[in-house]
Structures are given as C-alpha cells and as structure tokens.
Design a protein around this ligand. Structure first.
Ligand SMILES: NC(=O)c1ccc[n+]([C@@H]2O[C@H](COP(=O)([O-])OP(=O)(O)OC[C@H]3O[C@@H](n4cnc5c(N)ncnc54)[C@H](OP(=O)(O)O)[C@@H]3O)[C@@H](O)[C@H]2O)c1
Length: 256
C-alpha cells in the first residue's frame, strides 16, 4: 500500500490565503501537516486557520508582503525558530496583470517581476537554507503554460514564469545532494479568485470564462483547484522522493 503521508511535515505556502494555496493548506492540515500560510489578507486567513482547527495538523498565518525581502526573511525566521525544520515550500503566490509588450509600463513590469520571480527567489533562498539544516525537503514553484511562449497580452508574466522555470531546474540540479527537490508545476487555466477578478475587470462572467477555456483546453474543461491539490500533495510527500527538476503539468493538455 502506498503511503502518501504528510504527517508532522512542516510546510510553508506562499499565497495560502486564496485559491489553490488555501485548498492545499486545508488538505495538508487534514493529512497531519503543520502548515504556515503567507499572504496579506487577514480576513481570509482567519477563516482558513479556524477551518483547520479540528484537523490532525494545523494552519498558522504569517502576514507577509512579498514586495519586501525583509518580510520574506521574517516568515522563514519564524518557521526556523518555532519548528527548527522545513519539509515543504510551495510558491503559489503570484500576480497576472494583462499587458502586451507594447503596452507594458515600467511599474507593471516591476510589480510582476517583484512578486513572480524576485520574491520566489528569496523565498527559495530561505527555504533551501532551512531544508539544508533539516535533511532535505520538497519545493514546488507554481508555473504557467505561458512560460514557454504565452499569450500576447501577458509578456512580463511569461518572462517572469520563464525565469521561475530556470530557478526550479537550478535548485533541482544543485541541491539534490542535500536531498532537496524542486519541481515546476504548470497549473492549467483555473477559476481562482485572481483569475475571476481579472476576467471580471475585462467584462467577462465566470460562465463566459468557463466556456472560452473549455474551447481552448484539449480536455474540454477548465482545470479545477481539486485537480491541482492532489498533484501538489504527491510532490510534497515522500513517495515522490526521486521526482525533481520536472515540468509537472496539470493543465489538460493546454499549449499556448
Ligand atoms: N488561475 C490560473 O488560471 C493560473 C494558471 C497558471 C498559473 N497560475 C498561477 O497561480 C498562482 C496564483 O494566481 P491566481 O491569479 O490564480 O491567484 P489567487 O488564487 O487569487 O492567489 C494569489 C495569491 O498570491 C498572494 N499574493 C499576491 N500578491 C502578494 C503580495 N504582494 N504579498 C503576499 N502575497 C501576495 C495572494 O495573497 P493575499 O491576497 O493574501 O495578499 C493570494 O494568496 C500564480 O503563481 C499564478 O501565476 C494561475
């Protein structure tokens, strides 16, 4: 029998206040993990922390603004101080504002690069240092189908996700000797809080979004949070201990 256990693992999820990050946190706590979620939305975090109260594990919220490397370092220093180990880090947080190459302002470029790659880089720096001390761990960097070519209206985003892919391979290769794994999980087109808000700002309802996505995705439907969470649990668990430096696609065959 396979043992997909997360029991007593310490797992940090950036962007654990919304969408897939939130559902993953609840699943990990249900599986016995001690989860630390980061983000800025305290109201959302309060609900998630209380929803995990009767699970075998736990969820704590550590408010973190990813624009600040100090704030990132405080998050991991808290984990080091309290648990003295780290088994899993999931970089889910990200932003996806729309702008083509010719429309992209410097401010939008900086914002996307600050959150989607700079923050991920410094989170990984702290995660790797803590995992080195505690005998290894699993890192998941949430990527996008955009990282290879991408849609015309998402240039800075595509570039940042491409750099994130490079980071995942770099960690996967150079820290395997410390038993640290790193995988780039390509998340399909998913109706998360962020995606719904973006489409609403473009005048598209959830129903219209689902219809359009169903046409574009070979599997004929949108990716759901419930498709992604089990793949992440697998990558965080020890049964995937030889799985590293992959481009792990959960996107219904979508190619851009
Ligand atoms: N949805 C899709 O179709 C899709 C497809 C491929 C990849 N992705 C990837 O999935 C991830 C989530 O994106 P999403 O649009 O779907 O969003 P989402 O579910 O709304 O989640 C975004 C998360 O990022 C956090 N975050 C954003 N800016 C932050 C900041 N400055 N400091 C701290 N936390 C911050 C948010 O936390 P707070 O609100 O609490 O600050 C939130 O938890 C991204 O990495 C994105 O590239 C999404």
């Amino acid at each position: 029998m396979m043992n997909v256990s997360l029991d007593k693992k310490v797992i940090v999820i950036s962007g654990g206040t919304k969408g897939v990050g939130k559902q993953l946190a609840l699943q990990c706590a249900a599986d016995g993990a001690y989860v630390i979620i980061s983000g800025r939305d305290e109201a959302s975090a309060t609900g998630i922390v209380s929803a995990a109260r009767n699970t075998p594990g736990s969820i704590e919220f550590k408010k973190t603004d990813l624009h600040s490397v100090d704030s990132i370092r405080n998050l991991f220093a808290y984990v080091a101080e309290k648990y003295n180990k780290l088994d899993g880090f999931v970089n889910y947080a990200g932003i996806t504002p729309a702008a083509s190459l010719t429309e992209c302002s410097e401010a939008l470029f900086d914002d996307v690069f600050d959150i989607d790659i700079k923050a991920a880089f410094f989170c990984c720096q702290e995660a790797v240092k803590l995992m080195q001390k505690s005998g290894g761990g699993s890192i998941i960097l949430v990527g996008s189908t955009h990282h290879t070519r991408g849609n015309k209206d998402r240039t800075a985003y595509a570039c940042a996700k491409g750099a994130l892919y490079t980071l995942s391979n770099h960690i996967g290769k150079h820290y395997a000797e410390d038993k640290i794994r790193c995988n780039y999980l390509v998340m399909g087109w998913t109706p998360t809080d962020g995606e719904l808000a973006l489409r609403k700002s473009q005048g598209m309802s959830e129903q219209e979004l689902r219809k359009e996505a169903a046409k574009a995705i070979p599997m004929g439907r949108m990716t759901e949070t419930s498709d992604i969470v089990p793949a992440m649990v697998y990558l965080l668990s020890d049964i995937s201990s030889m799985v590293t430096a992959t481009e792990f696609k959960v996107n219904g065959g979508e190619l851009i």
